[in-house]
Ligand binder design. Structure first.
Ligand SMILES: [Zn+2]
Ligand SMILES: [Zn+2]
Length: 237
């Protein structure tokens, strides 16, 4: 919309009607405008570069601030993803990182001491948490191993072979031929016995029984649990 008087044009451009008209026109001629800008930028490459550099120098502080803000926001939104990637990276480069950290600690004992003194509480807290965590992991592994062995010797229906007791805390691996003494002599506690069994690929000669039946068997001269004796007496009578 050409005006003879430039002041009139400015008035029109800044009026509500003018603004809307320009916006609509821009929207309608989006492709054309894009082509035009592209062509202009190609023809004025150096000028554009110069302009950009000047603008960048002038706004460097603001640009940096915007970048930091954007990065912060990005990290917030993609926190999980970043954490996972870092973990994967750490896993891939574990040995190298450990080696580097070891070397650093060796070469900077003063710095290490200083760091420790400064962050003593934090480090202790971290160590405690780490210890708790490993303890839990070890315990879980222990339970998993125990279940594996119990399942194997009870045909995936874990219960006492004699009385049917199902509570895991009452059950243990039992020697069919009562040679538990041999294992104890060799220093295999119940937990190490579990590991020994897995390591030796589940040898035969074991069963799952509860503490009561275990005692019952070991106390009887015939090595038969009271339950079984009662049962046979009932059948015989
Ligand atoms: Zn039992
Ligand atoms: Zn029994």
């Amino acid at each position: 919309m050409p005006y003879k008087n430039p002041e009139d044009e400015i008035k029109w451009r800044t009026s509500d009607f003018g603004r809307k008209w320009i916006k609509d026109w821009n929207l309608k001629n989006k492709e054309k405008l894009r082509e035009y800008y592209k062509k202009w930028e190609l023809e004025n490459k150096d000028k554009r570069k110069d302009q950009h550099q000047k603008w960048y120098k002038k706004n460097i502080e603001e640009v940096r601030k915007k970048h930091t803000e954007y990065n912060k926001k990005y990290r917030e939104i993609h926190a999980e993803e970043i954490k996972l990637k870092a973990k994967e990276y750490h896993k891939r480069n574990k040995e190298r990182e450990n080696e580097y950290a070891k070397e650093y600690r060796k070469n900077h004992p003063e710095k290490m001491k200083e760091y420790y003194q400064k962050n003593r509480e934090k480090i202790l807290e971290k160590n405690r948490n780490q210890y708790q965590k490993t303890k839990e992991v070890i315990k879980q592994k222990e339970v998993d191993r125990r279940l594996k062995v119990y399942n194997h010797y009870s045909n995936y229906d874990i219960k006492c072979i004699c009385c049917g007791e199902r509570h895991l805390d009452f059950l243990s691996v039992d020697h069919i031929n009562n040679d538990g003494y041999e294992h104890r002599k060799r220093g295999l506690s119940s937990n190490t016995l579990i590991q020994w069994i897995i390591k030796n690929n589940f040898p035969s000669g074991f069963q799952i029984s509860c503490m009561n039946c275990n005692h019952g068997r070991s106390r009887s001269p015939e090595r038969i649990c009271v339950h079984q004796k009662e049962l046979s007496e009932k059948i015989l009578s």
